[in-house]
Design a protein around this ligand. Structure first.
Ligand SMILES: Cc1cc2nc3c(=O)[nH]c(=O)nc-3n(C[C@H](O)[C@H](O)[C@H](O)COP(=O)(O)OP(=O)(O)OC[C@H]3O[C@@H](n4cnc5c(N)ncnc54)[C@H](O)[C@@H]3O)c2cc1C
Length: 399
């Protein structure tokens, strides 16, 4: 068959793009190498619970247009992310706010909290200046930066171990720019995000993507002027007739389908056969446990473990994202991991070295105007979901 577009990747970016192209009357084929759609926002329903298979996902945005857009495809609940941090046998609210400070120092007012933080932070800056016999304070690493912003108590209990686990290195070996500022709230407010809109799609993220891709046929939105065909378990590199990884135009698949243009949402460096070098990522490992005999494991969807000695960074209890009341529960322990070829690339390492390499790939891509690159892997950007929707809509508008 002759398609207008081949969309590689059935994640959020690919799904929004495909939907909008079908709205414009285009015929779109979407392929994904995984055996399911929705990419990293995939949720799998087990024991009546929507499990966030690739990590906890909370939709939050201040972009009203994006919020209205996603609400056309699903109803969101009123979930507000309010994680809790565990340090040894102590428990604190996040983000850093009056609940955190009050628990840490047994105080009540913002003035008291500000005074303690300032006193501790000033003491650290003085100590470092003296050690270096320097008049000015310039943080030499992340530890010094965090101490100068938050003081010792918050750093030791809530920042140090967690950050070291995330990056796999001591805070003294990490650059200070990773923490530019530490958001602190001097009100009693545990809402982790500052955005105007927030929630979890009722019924899970997979249903949202299925509606975008017109898989849910009961939906009135499935009668669009164009069409979307979805094939999962299909890797791009097995699918196209290739010279290198780039088929000659008009693009063709091994079984004769042809395409006007391609949107690629996989890794851009892989697409070009790593010719210029490899872009780096941080990865994650998830350990999920079904607990049919436990109804409420931790009383909150997200609990962070801030000690370095506990190997995971957080435990997610999925049912709490949707206020689940049923029997049994499912938890996931999240372990940060180094990334190597073949691992799931979760977080782009957007430092100078990698960003420079990425722009070289972008220059290379300019030679192929009929191949578009989108999403967190194609554009090598840490995108939140709302930013993905915005970027996909902008890309559609630019065609
Ligand atoms: C642990 C974690 C937690 C997150 N939490 C949040 C959150 O709370 N809130 C938020 O807004 N955002 C969150 N995000 C970000 C969110 O996951 C992304 O914004 C979103 O999933 C990106 O969508 P995408 O379509 O660009 O990429 P993906 O979802 O990765 O989709 C790309 C798809 O392309 C497919 N693919 C790749 N290569 C090929 C190939 N060769 N052939 C065929 N298919 C291929 C992949 O299988 C994948 O399905 C989180 C991310 C992570 C990693």
């Amino acid at each position: 068959m002759k398609y207008d577009y081949l969309v590689v990747g059935a994640g959020l970016f690919g799904a929004v793009f495909a939907h909008e192209m079908a709205m414009q009357g285009k015929a779109v084929l979407v392929i994904d190498k995984r055996d399911h759609v929705a990419g990293n926002i995939y949720t799998e329903n087990r024991m009546g619970i929507n499990v966030h298979k690739y990590g906890a996902h909370i939709f939050h945005t201040s972009d009203k247009e994006v919020w209205d857009y996603v609400n056309e495809f699903t109803e969101f609940n009123n979930y507000i992310n309010s994680p809790v941090a565990v340090y040894k046998d102590e428990l604190y609210n996040l983000p850093f706010n009056m609940n955190t400070f009050s628990k840490m120092w047994n105080i009540r007012t913002p003035m008291e909290a500000k005074e303690i933080i300032k006193k501790q932070a000033d003491a650290e800056v003085d100590r470092i200046r003296k050690e270096r016999a320097a008049d000015e304070f310039e943080p030499a690493n992340l530890e010094e930066q965090a101490l100068s912003l938050a003081g010792r108590d918050i750093y030791e209990k809530l920042i140090k171990g967690y950050t070291e686990k995330q990056w796999g290195r001591d805070c003294t070996e990490l650059p200070s720019f990773i923490i530019k500022r530490l958001p602190m709230r001097f009100v009693y407010d545990n809402n982790y995000f500052n955005d105007r809109y927030q929630g979890i799609p009722m019924g899970g993220y997979t249903a949202l993507v299925e509606r975008l891709l017109l898989i849910k046929q009961d939906d009135e939105k499935s009668s669009l002027p164009g069409s979307i065909t979805v094939k999962t378990g299909v890797d791009y590199y097995d699918f196209v007739k290739m010279e290198g990884n780039i088929p000659a135009e008009p693009f063709e698949s091994v079984n004769g389908d042809s395409f006007g243009r391609i949107l690629f949402t996989g890794m851009i460096d892989e697409f070009f056969g790593y010719k210029l070098g490899t872009l780096e990522y941080r990865s994650l490992r998830f350990e999920t446990e079904d607990l049919p005999d436990v109804d409420n494991y931790q009383g909150n969807a997200v609990v962070n473990y801030t000690e370095r000695e506990v190997p995971y960074t957080r435990i997610i209890e999925h049912k709490h994202f949707e206020y689940g009341q049923g029997k049994g529960t499912i938890i996931t322990k999240e372990y940060p991991a180094n990334w190597k070829h073949g691992d799931e690339p979760y977080y782009p390492m957007n430092d100078d070295k990698n960003n420079k390499l990425y722009t070289q790939y972008v220059d290379m891509a300019k030679e192929y105007p009929n191949i578009l690159f989108g999403g967190r892997l194609g554009q090598y950007k840490y995108y939140n979901m709302d930013q993905v929707v915005r970027a996909a809509l902008d890309m559609v508008a630019a065609q």
